[in-house]
Design a protein around this ligand. Structure first.
Ligand SMILES: Nc1ncnc2c1ncn2[C@@H]1O[C@H](COP(=O)(O)OP(=O)(O)OP(=O)(O)O)[C@@H](O)[C@H]1O
Ligand SMILES: [Mg+2]
Length: 357
């Protein structure tokens, strides 16, 4: 395993070479899309109604954390509508002209997918308002006093926007979407279904307990589940294990230092520093970062969110503190209270301590 990027297994962004693998595992229909029953139900109404009306579907905004299926759903929308799909992203649209070029080449009923839509430039955003509402844009030709605007009619199209930061979208843009779907983290049950489907496509033999073991380590995220599944496949292949059961899955993922709760080396190092060196905190972020040998930003944006979500770490005005769950997860005795403090010394290097609860 390469040790360059400590987040390669449980990080939320796809690695470059991972994108092709992901594409192969993407469900193609709403029927195959696991979980997210609320969004799936609402979306199927939107699509069905548009089919009955014989018109392009309302614009759809998909929001939620990375790896939960926004791009997948955008593709499914185009597929279910039997429409062509055009894919672009906010950062790729820096000038209004970039957007005008895309919009003016759309065909009737086409689905335009703008990923990371919160990162579009302001002028492009304003052009998009009009395009979404009136299916037309004004193209400015020339500069200064001689500039004129030429109105351009657009064919009806469906805009699908995806964002991990819905809060950053300006109100006027958000309001122009007919439907907003917010994706939630997946339950262990749902992740097992994702894994079952992927294992079938990868030709892997895994039993129920094996799926459950991988699911609980996947942080509620299908992207991570699929990634862990591939690593388990490697392990099983090399060790000549034809059927992956709980023990095999556990051993495989222990080898990659992803523990029973989906924490990796860095996550555990942070908790360990908090619990052992600082008796649970509060500790300032920069001190914590130095102790684990990482940049402040890495600790804050990469390790902390999941630790907070899991209730293992809390942010307070005075600094970071470890919760009782953190001590237990590391197999340590939580102190009785802040000053009476239990013995909180652990042997061994935190980086190799796989935690056992
Ligand atoms: N509901 C689901 N059922 C089955 N597989 C899923 C589901 N959601 C996501 N996946 C799988 O997870 C992977 C990541 O999904 P996707 O690329 O759609 O996430 P995303 O929300 O667009 O992430 P990002 O914010 O990073 O762009 C894909 O390979 C896809 O196969
Ligand atoms: Mg995406």
């Amino acid at each position: 395993m390469s040790t360059e990027d400590p987040r390669e297994l449980v990080g939320t962004a796809p690695a470059a070479e991972e994108k092709a693998l992901e594409a192969a595992l993407r469900p193609k229909t709403l029927q195959d899309f696991v979980g997210q029953s609320t969004v799936r139900g609402q979306l199927s109404l939107v699509l069905e109604s548009s089919r009955l009306r014989g018109a392009a579907a309302d614009h759809v905004l998909l929001s939620g954390p990375p790896g939960l299926g926004k791009t997948t759903l955008a593709m499914i929308i185009a597929g279910e509508m039997n429409a062509a799909l055009r894919i672009t992203s906010g950062p790729a649209i820096q000038h209004a002209g970039d957007l005008a070029a895309i919009l003016s080449s759309l065909t009737d009923g086409e689905v335009l997918f703008i990923d990371e839509i919160h990162r579009m430039s302001r002028p492009a955003e304003e052009m998009l308002y009009m395009a979404m509402e009136d299916f037309r844009v004004d193209i400015i030709v020339g500069k200064g006093a001689g500039a004129t605007s030429i109105p351009l009619e657009l064919p009806p199209f469906t805009l699908v926007g995806a964002t991990t930061r819905a809060g950053l979208l300006p109100g006027p843009l958000r309001d122009r979407f007919g439907f907003t779907g917010h994706l939630e983290y997946y339950s262990a049950d749902e992740l097992e279904r994702v894994l079952r489907r992927s294992a079938g496509m990868l030709d892997m033999q895994v039993d129920d307990a094996g799926f459950a073991e991988i699911a609980t380590r996947s942080r509620g995220t299908p992207r991570i589940a699929n990634r862990l599944l591939r690593r388990v496949r490697d392990w099983a292949l090399v060790h000549g294990v034809p059927l992956v059961d709980r023990e095999a899955a556990g051993q495989a993922l222990d080898t990659y230092e992803v523990d029973r709760r989906g924490l990796d080396r860095l996550d555990r190092a942070v908790l360990h520093a908090l619990c052992t060196t600082f008796r649970g905190g509060p500790v300032g972020l920069s001190t914590l970062a130095i102790l684990v040998g990482e940049e402040t930003e890495t600790v804050e944006t990469v390790a902390e969110p999941y630790l907070v979500r899991e209730g293992l770490l809390a942010r307070t005005p005075r600094g970071r503190i470890a919760t009782e769950g953190a001590w237990r997860h590391l197999g340590l005795q939580p102190p009785e209270s802040a000053d009476s403090g239990g013995e909180a010394v652990s042997s061994g290097d935190p980086r190799w301590d796989l935690g056992d609860s």
